[in-house]
Write a protein that binds this ligand. Structure first.
Ligand SMILES: Cc1ncc(COP(=O)(O)O)c(C=O)c1O
Length: 391
């Protein structure tokens, strides 16, 4: 049982102050529109501080304010831990690196970033990913190259050189003891204030998180897509992987509202562009694998790898050739096969686009083979695409 505490109210405040409310750690007095808050400190003595606000006049407002507890750092951390534990998630966050605290934590309650980080309030940050498969990071170097390219386009200076960033990422996966999952990482203009310019920040910040996803399984089944009515980002922003994914999120939601998996973007000239987090490819009636050029969209690491792996299908006669080009919606909808390509889906066959059935409405042989090829590449590809994690 908590020991009783003796409370001495300062004499200057003893006139006209009425007890208004009481919570576990706070005792509130009211005098007209002024408030006095007595807050229990860690010591056995009570500390007091006055809170005055002449606009606080309605009982409702006061009641609402008093409902909000004032938390110590350890109480806030404990609540974060409870929040994390309170909902079922298929994703588990195994480890996080933050350059703010200069280390790795495996405690989900500590996996936070400062609210004055410009990535949070200005969207001034870039990110990338890499899949973890059987203890190897897939295409880490390719993703890291894009990450550093995105940072340069967003005018974010690297907090460490490329090799140090790479080492930090591998070490974070190792600390997570994760053998199958994904790694996500961010470079932010930095934390330090709420201005627009990052000139007052304490340098750029690097964050990374290792996620284990029990539900992650790549599917051979076909899906439906629609054309996005949410505008695509201008090329300057679409070619860098920056954190401004609001158009992407709205486009995905639009698809879901229409019973589709994702919505496909067209570029400013009406040519097929990409999905909200994947590239698109088609197999023409002439058995050519065609993909939009990467000049106005994100250069997908998976799509680029598929272009290499697809050469074996050309050699086997399953494809007549491979080409990057401008593609009209009509050409896309008349294709024998359509597929989405990206780290999240690998290769996913599209069997319907808006009202148009693609090909014969079934998953085509090229999409099927390409998914198998990339899965095999993740499990037993060359050193150029697989980086071993030392556990
Ligand atoms: C807009 C966009 N296009 C394409 C891709 C596919 O890129 P990757 O294959 O590197 O995952 C992504 C990936 O998240 C994306 O966000």
């Amino acid at each position: 049982m908590a020991s009783p505490t003796t409370l001495a109210i300062p004499s200057s405040l003893s006139q006209g102050w009425l007890i208004h409310s009481l919570s576990s750690k706070n005792l509130f007095f009211r005098n007209g529109s002024s408030l006095l808050q007595l807050r229990q400190s860690q010591s056995p003595h009570l500390q007091w501080s006055a809170v005055k606000n002449s606009s606080l006049c309605s009982e409702t407002e006061l009641g609402q304010i008093f409902d909000v507890p004032l938390l110590s750092c350890s109480e806030a951390t404990e609540r974060l831990r409870t929040f994390r534990a309170s909902y079922e998630s298929k994703q588990q966050y195994l480890a996080m690196y933050s350059s703010i605290y200069g280390g790795i934590t495996t405690d989900p309650a500590a996996m936070v970033i400062p609210i004055d980080d410009h990535m949070v309030h200005r969207g001034h940050g870039v990110f990338d990913t890499a899949a973890i498969m059987d203890g190897y990071l897939y295409e880490l170097n390719q993703h890291l190259d894009r990450f550093i390219g995105s940072a340069a386009m967003a005018k974010i200076k690297l907090p460490f050189d490329r090799e140090s960033i790479r080492r930090i990422l591998i070490q974070t996966v190792s600390a997570a003891k994760c053998r199958k999952g994904s790694l996500r990482y961010w470079l932010s203009a930095g934390a330090g204030d709420f201005q627009l310019s990052p000139s007052g920040c304490h340098g750029s910040s690097l964050y990374a998180i290792v996620i284990q996803d029990e539900s992650a399984a790549f599917s051979h089944s076909g899906i439906k897509v629609v054309t996005s009515s949410v505008p695509i980002k201008p090329p300057q922003f679409a070619v860098m992987k920056n954190v401004n994914y609001l158009p992407n999120a709205l486009s995905k939601m639009e698809a879901e509202e229409n019973g589709a998996y994702v919505a496909i973007w067209l570029d400013g000239d009406g040519y097929i562009a990409e999905g909200p987090n994947m590239n698109v490819a088609f197999v023409t009636k002439g058995k050519e694998l065609v993909m939009p050029k990467f000049d106005k969209i994100l250069s997908g690491c998976t799509a680029r790898r598929v272009l290499v792996l697809a050469e074996s299908l050309v050699e086997a006669g399953a494809l007549s050739g491979i080409r990057l080009c401008d593609l009209t919606v009509e050409e896309g909808k008349e294709a024998d096969e359509m597929m989405l390509i990206g780290s999240g889906v690998l290769v996913r066959a599209v069997v319907q686009w808006d009202d148009q059935v693609i090909g014969d409405g079934n998953v085509g042989p090229v999409a099927h083979s390409l998914l198998n090829l990339i899965l095999e590449d993740m499990k037993s590809g060359p050193d150029t695409v697989r980086v071993a994690v030392p556990y």
